[in-house]
Ligand binder design. Structure first.
Ligand SMILES: [Ca+2]
Ligand SMILES: [Ca+2]
Ligand SMILES: [Ca+2]
Ligand SMILES: [Ca+2]
Length: 199
């Protein structure tokens, strides 16, 4: 009798083991996935058939490919708001710009909230945001000037407000400092002018 029960337990364990391993692997497909682990997608009852709103969206997205795959799944999900709490999945999971890749590190590892729980929200979902315009530094086209609409008339990736201040700005977000060579030339010219005045 004992052996029979033991075998049944073993069979059940093996039957569910692959699913558990598979679910654990999905943790690497989501920024800060280790914070909530399986509960990122599932209800906290241990039942893998019970998905929260984020988990349902993840599964739907995964099944759009044949065979089902997690490739590109985050890029397709980061802007959505699975739980309808006003913060995107990316803002909640520390990757508001959607630049996370499987196995990588999220832009932010603190203040992470649950993307499938409407009660869970991040205090500063766009951090780091140096100019406080609610566009995270990693995707702000002018990181030191507030431009929440990201106006970019010539579509060169540098925000209009940034180009207006630094005409030859080649930065991708941060305001460029004057090149050291330009400063040197300025000092030389000033020195020559001073010398002429003394004569
Ligand atoms: Ca949300
Ligand atoms: Ca949430
Ligand atoms: Ca910003
Ligand atoms: Ca800005």
């Amino acid at each position: 009798m004992y052996l029979t029960i033991s075998r049944v337990v073993t069979v059940i364990t093996l039957a569910f083991a692959p699913a558990a391993i598979a679910h654990n692997s999905y943790v690497n497909d989501i920024p800060n996935g280790s914070d909530f682990r399986c509960e990122t997608c599932h209800a906290p009852n241990g039942n893998y058939a019970d998905f929260n709103t984020f988990g349902s969206a993840f599964r739907t997205q995964m099944n759009l490919t044949d065979p089902p795959s997690t490739a590109g799944i985050w890029a397709a999900m980061f802007e959505a708001d699975a739980d309808g709490d006003g913060q995107s999945n990316g803002e909640e999971l520390g990757d508001p710009c959607g630049i996370f890749a499987t196995g990588g590190t999220a832009a932010r590892s603190t203040d992470v909230s649950h993307p499938g729980n409407v009660q869970s929200r991040s205090a500063a979902p766009n951090a780091p945001d140096t100019d406080a315009d609610e566009i995270s530094d990693a995707c702000d086209n002018c990181g030191y000037d507030a431009n929440p609409l990201q106006e970019d008339a010539d579509q060169n990736g540098v925000g209009d407000v940034c180009e207006a201040e630094v005409p030859v700005c080649t930065c991708t977000g941060a305001k460029a400092d004057a090149p050291a060579s330009a400063v040197l030339v300025g000092l030389v010219v000033a020195g020559v002018a001073l010398r002429r005045r003394r004569r």
